[in-house]
Design a protein around this ligand. Structure first.
Ligand SMILES: Cc1ncc(COP(=O)(O)O)c(C=O)c1O
Length: 475
């Protein structure tokens, strides 16, 4: 080989080597150019970036978020079985709304609605589609909106038939009755649709709806009453059985404008059917027309799924104008959803849980949840600093406030911050309307919280109190 050729060759090799070094360096996240730069926020970067680097940088970007299993604020699922996660991942690229293209996903959705309807005591001989109907939703919020809209439209039909001029909004503005511990979705619903929200104060001792007050608020413009089976802020339940009894009497004398119940069972809908201690609240009650639940709460699916079911045993359960026809296997079926495209993954995840755990599995899980709740609540009460308002013996929500006569230099907000230093998210907040001067703190006990995790929490809870007591001594 001539000298020149040799030189050229080694230069060529050097270039190749440099090139391979560069790419090897770029493969390494820490030595990459991007690791030394801020993450893009306002504008898309001009050039593409190595996928492994992007993956790791985004992982790092999310580093200081809550560890999901230590997030005791959320009702949402933080842990599913690997088999479920695999099924969900495989179904991510499906679109649940395309019922013809994904007929099995559509069938799975129907299976879930059927099982959930029966779980809420629709009699075994009543069939999905013939006797009851429902849909998956993105969460309870969409379920509440649909339940609320059905009440609005059916009221309009009844009111028109009864001769009310529903266009005269001064005299006939529709109203909805709900306890003041409602979740924000109901405020959205009323705002979006121009409905007057009539808030019933919480009963002082029970932290739930004062049913007599609710009844006194009803008039000809009432589209319905929402019973909350699991109040977000207090962990109590409305007495829907009593509400149903009173409405039955009311409806006997108001045959042209009867009032119905929608039950918002966002988190309790998958809990109450499996544990003791709940009065009938579901389709066993005559005036309960519809119920919503979040699949991603005690239905134990990752966030992104809810359900709403209407029972057809009454003439105006779900108005025609809310049922849009979509093609499905050469037929046409109802589409009731507000959202259009969304993945079928969560629906598949829900079906997995229903089939995998069955009634006995759900029962065992929810009873463990209750045991953990009771232990936590006792540990919190035993500190002597707090009075427990809801103790987890019914719903797995523990709320407490500072005990009367106990003087500390720290508040529940300080305790919230101190617990966060141990990684636990435990929110402190004021109670709803009329009791907003009372600050409470709350733990949501979810299936992912085993006794071991609860024991760790209790140890950290004691440490946090000790730390706060000491901290203030030096102030
Ligand atoms: C009683 C109640 N209704 C509705 C919702 C909204 O549920 P989602 O987050 O599933 O939309 C919640 C959420 O916590 C809730 O507690």
């Amino acid at each position: 080989m001539k000298m020149n050729e040799q030189l050229e060759k080694s230069e060529e090799l050097l270039v190749k080597k440099e090139a391979s070094e560069i790419s090897a360096t770029e493969e390494n996240v820490l030595s990459s150019v991007e690791a030394g730069m801020d993450m893009p926020t306002e504008f898309m970067p001009l050039k593409a970036t190595n996928p492994n680097i992007v993956e790791e940088l985004i992982r790092q970007y999310r580093l200081n978020e809550a560890k999901p299993n230590q997030n005791l604020t959320t009702f949402c699922t933080t842990q599913m079985e690997p088999q479920a996660t695999r099924l969900i991942t495989e179904a991510l690229n499906t679109n649940a709304i395309d019922k013809s293209e994904y007929p099995k996903t559509a069938a799975i959705e129907d299976n879930c609605v059927a099982m959930i309807g029966h779980m809420w005591n629709i009699p075994a001989d009543e069939k999905f589609r013939d006797d009851f109907i429902g849909t998956s939703t993105v969460g309870s919020s969409e379920g509440c909106m649909l339940g609320g809209l059905a009440m609005l439209f059916t009221w309009k039909h009844r009111a028109q038939k009864a001769g009310l001029d529903i266009d005269d909004l001064h005299t006939h503005r529709p109203n909805l009755i709900i306890d003041s511990g409602y979740q924000v979705v109901w405020e959205k619903f009323c705002t979006y649709w121009g409905i007057e929200m009539r808030q019933v104060d919480l009963k002082h001792d029970e932290l739930s709806m004062d049913v007599d007050k609710a009844m006194s608020m009803i008039d000809e413009n009432t589209i319905g009453v929402v019973g909350i089976q699991g109040i977000t802020y207090t962990g109590a339940v409305d007495d829907i059985k009593l509400l149903d009894e009173k409405l039955t009497v009311y409806n006997e004398t108001h045959k042209d404008l009867p009032v119905h119940i929608h039950v918002d069972a966002a988190y309790c809908g998958f809990f109450a059917p499996f544990v003791d201690g709940f009065e009938p609240w579901d389709f066993r009650l005559k005036n309960v027309y519809s119920i919503n639940v979040s699949g991603h709460k005690y239905g134990m699916v990752y966030p992104g799924v809810g359900w709403v079911v209407w029972r057809k045993n009454n003439p105006d359960f779900l108005p025609e104008e809310m049922r849009f026809a979509v093609a499905y296997l050469g037929k046409s079926v109802d589409s009731i959803a507000i959202n259009f495209s969304h993945s079928g993954a969560q629906i598949v995840g829900q079906y997995y849980n229903l089939v995998r755990f069955g009634v006995q599995g759900f029962r065992a899980i929810m009873n463990n949840v209750r045991k953990v709740s009771e232990k936590l609540s006792k540990a919190i009460a035993d500190t002597g600093y707090f009075s427990v308002l809801t103790d987890g013996s019914k719903l797995p929500i523990i709320t407490w406030e500072m005990a009367k006569g106990v003087h500390t230099k720290w508040s529940l907000y300080d305790l919230q911050d101190q617990l966060l230093m141990h990684g636990w998210q435990v929110p402190a907040y004021p109670l709803p309307k009329d009791r907003q001067d009372e600050i409470v703190q709350r733990i949501v006990v979810r299936p992912a919280m085993s006794m071991t995790i609860a024991d760790d929490f209790i140890a950290d809870f004691h440490s946090a109190i000790e730390e706060l007591n000491k901290k203030r001594l030096f102030d």
